[in-house]
Design a protein around this ligand. Sequence first.
Ligand code: GRF
Length: 217
Amino acid sequence: MAEVVTERTGAELISPPVAAADLRLPQRLRLGVLASGSGSNFEAIAQAIAAQTLNAQVQVLIYNNPKARAAERAAQYHVPAVLLNHRHYPHREDLDGEIVKVLQAHNVEWVIMAGWMRIVTAVLLDAYPNRVLNIHPSLLPSFPGIHGVEQALAAGVKITGCTVHFAALEVDSGPIIMQAAVPILPEDTATTLHARIQRQEHRIYPEAIALAAQGQP
Ligand code: GRF
């Protein structure tokens, strides 16, 4: 059985991947990123690609909130950005149907949810079976949902972290690809803790994408 080792670096506990991902994939992955907010995870992925540590290309960024900073970041990296405002779609399936159309039009093969604050439906998951990834700011299955950071603080756990997993119909569920652990410090607020969790998110998301791709036939 594989041993998971944790090492202390400053105020962070890092759990390295059980099987290290080789980020130099033979084939360039065609990614479509879904983001609702700041887009720092989008940028971490774009940086890994620019640094040639992840062999991929972001074909398109889809965002649902007209004010999402992710769209500005996409422009900086010359990634086409498409706004699909969820308020214009009566049902979740309608929005997902439009998302699928945009992804297919941009020749996307992997869907990367990076702070996508909408519940996804079978319309998206069935169009990209085992090819939709999500990142969540807790060690799933603990603290799913939109308040994962606050709930970890309120529960008094001493270690939390982040998880990259395959998306499934149930929110923040599905097979786990990678996790990183982050200790909760006595003086932490949700803001300080989330900032340290995000540093780990930015580290593991590119690796988890490569790892997921390597698991594909
Ligand atoms: C991240 O903490 C992610 O885990 C959660 O939403 C946040 C998105 O951050 N799902 P950003 O927009 O990538 O900066």
